[in-house]
Design a protein around this ligand. Structure first.
Ligand code: 2AM
Ligand code: CA
Length: 252
Protein backbone atom coordinates (compact mmCIF):
# COMPACT_ATOMS: atom_id res chain seq x y z
CA UNK A 1 0.00 0.00 0.00
CA UNK A 2 2.90 2.33 0.82
CA UNK A 3 4.50 1.93 -2.60
CA UNK A 4 1.14 2.26 -4.29
CA UNK A 5 0.33 5.45 -2.36
CA UNK A 6 3.68 7.07 -3.19
CA UNK A 7 3.38 6.12 -6.84
CA UNK A 8 -0.21 7.32 -7.12
CA UNK A 9 0.37 10.68 -5.46
CA UNK A 10 3.41 11.33 -7.66
CA UNK A 11 1.42 10.50 -10.78
CA UNK A 12 -1.37 12.80 -9.58
CA UNK A 13 1.17 15.55 -8.89
CA UNK A 14 2.70 15.13 -12.34
CA UNK A 15 -0.77 15.47 -13.84
CA UNK A 16 -1.41 18.65 -11.83
CA UNK A 17 2.00 19.98 -12.92
CA UNK A 18 0.99 19.63 -16.57
CA UNK A 19 -1.86 22.04 -15.94
CA UNK A 20 0.29 24.28 -13.78
CA UNK A 21 2.95 24.64 -16.46
CA UNK A 22 0.61 24.72 -19.43
CA UNK A 23 -1.97 27.19 -18.23
CA UNK A 24 -0.03 29.63 -16.05
CA UNK A 25 -2.91 31.46 -14.48
CA UNK A 26 -5.73 29.03 -14.96
CA UNK A 27 -9.27 29.80 -15.86
CA UNK A 28 -11.24 29.09 -12.73
CA UNK A 29 -14.89 28.45 -12.10
CA UNK A 30 -16.75 29.88 -9.14
CA UNK A 31 -17.59 27.23 -6.58
CA UNK A 32 -19.87 27.97 -3.60
CA UNK A 33 -18.81 31.59 -3.15
CA UNK A 34 -16.80 34.27 -4.90
CA UNK A 35 -13.75 33.60 -2.74
CA UNK A 36 -13.79 29.85 -3.25
CA UNK A 37 -12.36 28.82 -6.57
CA UNK A 38 -11.96 25.45 -8.14
CA UNK A 39 -9.88 24.92 -11.21
CA UNK A 40 -10.46 22.33 -13.90
CA UNK A 41 -7.25 20.73 -12.63
CA UNK A 42 -8.76 20.10 -9.16
CA UNK A 43 -11.56 18.12 -10.71
CA UNK A 44 -9.35 16.22 -13.18
CA UNK A 45 -6.72 15.32 -10.57
CA UNK A 46 -9.32 14.11 -8.07
CA UNK A 47 -10.94 11.99 -10.77
CA UNK A 48 -7.57 10.46 -11.62
CA UNK A 49 -6.80 9.66 -7.97
CA UNK A 50 -10.26 8.29 -7.36
CA UNK A 51 -10.02 5.95 -10.37
CA UNK A 52 -6.59 4.65 -9.30
CA UNK A 53 -7.66 4.05 -5.71
CA UNK A 54 -10.91 2.40 -6.66
CA UNK A 55 -9.27 0.10 -9.19
CA UNK A 56 -6.68 -1.12 -6.68
CA UNK A 57 -8.71 -1.00 -3.46
CA UNK A 58 -12.35 -1.53 -4.48
CA UNK A 59 -13.58 -2.02 -0.89
CA UNK A 60 -12.25 1.27 0.43
CA UNK A 61 -14.46 4.32 0.81
CA UNK A 62 -13.53 7.79 -0.37
CA UNK A 63 -13.75 11.34 0.93
CA UNK A 64 -12.62 13.95 -1.57
CA UNK A 65 -12.82 17.72 -1.78
CA UNK A 66 -14.41 17.82 -5.22
CA UNK A 67 -16.50 14.67 -5.46
CA UNK A 68 -17.68 14.09 -1.91
CA UNK A 69 -18.19 10.84 -0.03
CA UNK A 70 -18.41 7.22 -1.09
CA UNK A 71 -18.71 4.57 1.63
CA UNK A 72 -16.62 1.39 1.84
CA UNK A 73 -15.98 -1.51 4.18
CA UNK A 74 -12.18 -1.74 4.61
CA UNK A 75 -11.37 1.87 5.39
CA UNK A 76 -11.31 5.07 3.37
CA UNK A 77 -9.09 7.36 1.36
CA UNK A 78 -9.18 11.04 2.26
CA UNK A 79 -8.10 13.16 -0.69
CA UNK A 80 -7.46 16.80 -1.46
CA UNK A 81 -6.45 16.87 -5.15
CA UNK A 82 -4.95 20.37 -4.92
CA UNK A 83 -4.59 22.01 -1.53
CA UNK A 84 -3.74 25.63 -2.14
CA UNK A 85 -5.88 26.05 -5.23
CA UNK A 86 -5.53 29.82 -5.24
CA UNK A 87 -1.73 29.59 -5.14
CA UNK A 88 -1.87 27.00 -7.92
CA UNK A 89 -4.13 29.20 -10.03
CA UNK A 90 -1.87 32.22 -9.57
CA UNK A 91 1.36 30.40 -10.40
CA UNK A 92 2.82 30.19 -6.87
CA UNK A 93 4.68 26.98 -6.09
CA UNK A 94 3.19 26.41 -2.62
CA UNK A 95 0.41 23.90 -3.28
CA UNK A 96 0.11 20.16 -2.79
CA UNK A 97 -1.75 16.94 -3.40
CA UNK A 98 -2.83 15.25 -0.17
CA UNK A 99 -3.89 11.62 0.34
CA UNK A 100 -4.50 9.87 3.68
CA UNK A 101 -5.59 6.32 4.45
CA UNK A 102 -7.96 5.84 7.35
CA UNK A 103 -8.51 2.35 8.75
CA UNK A 104 -10.81 1.63 11.70
CA UNK A 105 -11.22 5.37 12.31
CA UNK A 106 -7.45 6.05 12.54
CA UNK A 107 -5.24 7.72 9.97
CA UNK A 108 -2.66 5.02 9.21
CA UNK A 109 -0.75 6.53 6.31
CA UNK A 110 -0.44 9.98 4.78
CA UNK A 111 1.30 11.48 1.79
CA UNK A 112 1.54 15.13 0.74
CA UNK A 113 3.26 15.93 -2.54
CA UNK A 114 4.30 19.42 -3.61
CA UNK A 115 5.40 18.84 -7.23
CA UNK A 116 6.44 22.43 -7.92
CA UNK A 117 8.77 22.21 -4.90
CA UNK A 118 9.80 18.62 -5.64
CA UNK A 119 8.91 17.52 -2.12
CA UNK A 120 7.15 14.26 -1.28
CA UNK A 121 6.23 13.95 2.39
CA UNK A 122 5.17 10.59 3.74
CA UNK A 123 4.34 8.99 7.08
CA UNK A 124 3.02 5.72 8.35
CA UNK A 125 1.69 5.52 11.90
CA UNK A 126 4.49 4.61 14.30
CA UNK A 127 7.16 4.66 11.59
CA UNK A 128 8.29 8.31 11.55
CA UNK A 129 8.03 10.83 8.73
CA UNK A 130 10.11 11.49 5.63
CA UNK A 131 10.61 14.06 2.90
CA UNK A 132 11.90 12.52 -0.32
CA UNK A 133 12.66 9.38 1.71
CA UNK A 134 14.88 11.22 4.22
CA UNK A 135 13.75 11.31 7.88
CA UNK A 136 12.41 14.67 9.07
CA UNK A 137 11.90 16.14 12.53
CA UNK A 138 10.39 19.21 14.16
CA UNK A 139 12.59 22.02 15.48
CA UNK A 140 13.54 22.64 19.10
CA UNK A 141 12.79 26.39 19.11
CA UNK A 142 11.20 27.07 22.49
CA UNK A 143 10.67 30.84 22.59
CA UNK A 144 7.86 32.62 20.75
CA UNK A 145 10.13 35.51 19.86
CA UNK A 146 12.44 33.07 18.04
CA UNK A 147 9.67 31.21 16.26
CA UNK A 148 8.45 31.18 12.68
CA UNK A 149 4.76 30.33 12.40
CA UNK A 150 2.17 30.11 9.67
CA UNK A 151 -1.56 30.52 9.62
CA UNK A 152 -4.32 30.79 7.05
CA UNK A 153 -7.66 32.45 6.58
CA UNK A 154 -10.06 29.78 5.38
CA UNK A 155 -12.41 31.14 8.08
CA UNK A 156 -12.82 34.49 6.33
CA UNK A 157 -14.40 32.78 3.35
CA UNK A 158 -17.03 31.35 5.66
CA UNK A 159 -17.82 34.88 6.94
CA UNK A 160 -17.44 33.69 10.52
CA UNK A 161 -17.66 36.08 13.42
CA UNK A 162 -14.96 34.12 15.25
CA UNK A 163 -12.39 34.72 12.55
CA UNK A 164 -8.63 34.47 12.78
CA UNK A 165 -7.84 38.18 12.78
CA UNK A 166 -7.53 38.71 16.58
CA UNK A 167 -5.23 35.66 16.86
CA UNK A 168 -3.20 36.87 13.91
CA UNK A 169 -2.80 40.31 15.51
CA UNK A 170 -1.76 38.88 18.86
CA UNK A 171 0.78 36.43 17.42
CA UNK A 172 2.21 38.80 14.81
CA UNK A 173 3.45 41.04 17.60
CA UNK A 174 5.17 38.19 19.45
CA UNK A 175 6.92 36.00 16.90
CA UNK A 176 10.01 36.29 14.74
CA UNK A 177 8.09 35.57 11.55
CA UNK A 178 4.55 34.84 10.47
CA UNK A 179 3.66 33.44 7.07
CA UNK A 180 0.46 32.88 5.10
CA UNK A 181 1.28 30.44 2.36
CA UNK A 182 -2.11 29.04 1.40
CA UNK A 183 -1.84 25.26 1.75
CA UNK A 184 -2.74 23.85 5.16
CA UNK A 185 -1.54 20.38 4.11
CA UNK A 186 1.87 21.74 3.23
CA UNK A 187 2.02 23.98 6.31
CA UNK A 188 1.68 20.86 8.47
CA UNK A 189 4.56 19.28 6.52
CA UNK A 190 6.61 22.45 6.94
CA UNK A 191 6.27 22.07 10.71
CA UNK A 192 7.29 18.41 10.31
CA UNK A 193 10.48 19.30 8.41
CA UNK A 194 11.33 22.33 10.55
CA UNK A 195 10.73 25.19 8.08
CA UNK A 196 8.09 26.31 10.55
CA UNK A 197 7.92 25.92 14.34
CA UNK A 198 4.14 25.97 14.42
CA UNK A 199 0.92 26.53 12.49
CA UNK A 200 -2.67 27.21 13.35
CA UNK A 201 -5.86 27.59 11.35
CA UNK A 202 -9.56 27.18 11.86
CA UNK A 203 -12.52 26.02 9.77
CA UNK A 204 -10.55 23.61 7.67
CA UNK A 205 -11.83 20.29 6.37
CA UNK A 206 -10.60 16.79 7.12
CA UNK A 207 -9.20 16.40 3.60
CA UNK A 208 -6.98 19.49 4.12
CA UNK A 209 -5.30 18.10 7.24
CA UNK A 210 -5.62 14.30 7.52
CA UNK A 211 -2.34 13.39 5.79
CA UNK A 212 -0.35 16.43 6.96
CA UNK A 213 -1.32 15.90 10.59
CA UNK A 214 0.01 12.33 10.59
CA UNK A 215 3.23 13.52 8.91
CA UNK A 216 3.63 16.28 11.52
CA UNK A 217 2.91 14.04 14.46
CA UNK A 218 5.26 11.32 13.18
CA UNK A 219 7.96 14.02 12.96
CA UNK A 220 7.43 14.83 16.64
CA UNK A 221 4.83 17.60 16.45
CA UNK A 222 2.09 18.17 18.99
CA UNK A 223 -1.42 18.66 17.62
CA UNK A 224 -4.39 19.90 19.61
CA UNK A 225 -7.44 22.10 19.29
CA UNK A 226 -7.26 25.67 20.62
CA UNK A 227 -8.10 24.51 24.15
CA UNK A 228 -5.32 21.93 24.21
CA UNK A 229 -7.44 18.83 23.58
CA UNK A 230 -5.11 16.29 21.94
CA UNK A 231 -7.13 15.52 18.84
CA UNK A 232 -7.24 16.45 15.19
CA UNK A 233 -10.16 18.84 14.89
CA UNK A 234 -10.23 20.48 11.43
CA UNK A 235 -12.22 23.37 12.93
CA UNK A 236 -9.32 24.28 15.22
CA UNK A 237 -5.89 23.03 14.30
CA UNK A 238 -2.93 24.02 16.44
CA UNK A 239 0.34 22.25 15.67
CA UNK A 240 3.80 22.98 17.01
CA UNK A 241 7.15 21.43 17.76
CA UNK A 242 5.79 20.76 21.27
CA UNK A 243 8.15 23.17 23.04
CA UNK A 244 6.05 26.14 21.92
CA UNK A 245 2.69 24.55 22.60
CA UNK A 246 1.96 26.00 26.08
CA UNK A 247 2.79 29.54 24.90
CA UNK A 248 0.72 29.11 21.73
CA UNK A 249 -2.27 27.79 23.65
CA UNK A 250 -2.13 30.94 25.79
CA UNK A 251 -2.26 33.04 22.62
CA UNK A 252 -5.21 31.21 21.03
P1 2AM B 1 -7.92 24.72 -0.79
O1 2AM B 1 -6.86 25.47 -1.44
O2 2AM B 1 -7.95 23.27 -1.15
O3 2AM B 1 -9.28 25.38 -0.93
C1 2AM B 1 -5.54 28.03 3.29
O4 2AM B 1 -5.85 28.90 4.29
C2 2AM B 1 -6.25 26.71 3.47
O5 2AM B 1 -7.66 26.90 3.57
C3 2AM B 1 -6.04 25.78 2.32
O6 2AM B 1 -5.77 24.51 2.85
C4 2AM B 1 -7.33 25.87 1.52
O7 2AM B 1 -7.62 24.68 0.80
C5 2AM B 1 -8.34 26.08 2.63
N1 2AM B 1 -9.55 26.80 2.19
C6 2AM B 1 -9.65 27.73 1.25
N2 2AM B 1 -10.92 28.19 1.13
C7 2AM B 1 -11.63 27.53 2.07
C8 2AM B 1 -13.01 27.55 2.49
N3 2AM B 1 -13.91 28.33 1.93
N4 2AM B 1 -13.38 26.72 3.48
C9 2AM B 1 -12.49 25.90 4.05
N5 2AM B 1 -11.19 25.84 3.71
C10 2AM B 1 -10.75 26.63 2.73
CA1 CA C 1 -7.81 22.03 0.65
Amino acid sequence: MKTFLKYTIQSAGDLAMEWFQREGILSSQQKSSVKDIVTEADVAVEQFIRDQLHRNFPDFGFLGEESGIQSGTDGRWIVDPIDGTLSFARGHDYWSVSIAVEIAGQIQMGAVYAPARRALFFAEKGQGATCNDKPIQVTSVDALNQSVLATGFACLRANLEDNNLPRFNRLAAEVLGLRIRGSAALDLCSVAEGQLDGFWEQTLNLYDVAAGALIASEAGAQITDFQGKPELNPDQVLVSNGFLHPALLEMM
